[in-house]
Design a binder for this molecule. Structure first.
Ligand SMILES: [Zn+2]
Length: 136
């Protein structure tokens, strides 16, 4: 009688350990799935140009300097510009496909070639600097 109960007890213990182990495995898989989903979301939100999203944005900053690089997605859409600012820093600003009235990529290239300074306003978004506006 006592032997039976001891065996039963051991079985219960082993079963619970097995259960715990499989539960742990499931959690690890779940964590991986969540991580994967999160990185997927991050990748999608980084590539898709969506409307203004203020949840992850910081305050705006304005600098004046010379354009050292202009990357265009098309004739109209700016991909990114690099500004060697008066503060001695170089800022690469993402256009994110937004159009900037009066500042077509071709006009910005003219600025770059002529060495005419521009004033740019931008903000930080998801670790990248996003261009808000350009002025002569
Ligand atoms: Zn101009």
């Amino acid at each position: 009688m006592a032997r039976t109960s001891r065996t039963t007890l051991r079985n219960v213990k082993e079963n619970s350990q097995r259960k715990y182990r499989s539960k742990f495995k499931t959690n690890a898989k779940l964590k991986l799935a969540i991580l994967f989903a999160m990185s997927l979301i991050a990748a999608v939100s980084a590539t898709v140009a969506c409307g203004p999203d203020d949840s992850t944005t910081s305050e705006q900053k304005t600098v004046r300097g010379q354009l050292t690089d202009v990357q265009a997605e098309s004739f109209l859409d700016l991909n990114s510009i690099t500004v060697a600012a008066d503060d001695g820093r170089s800022y690469t600003l993402q256009g994110r496909g937004r159009q900037h009235t009066g500042f077509l990529p071709s006009h910005l290239r003219e600025h770059m070639v002529a060495g005419e300074p521009v004033t740019v306003t931008f903000h930080e978004e998801d670790g990248a600097l996003v261009l808000d506006s350009i002025e002569d």
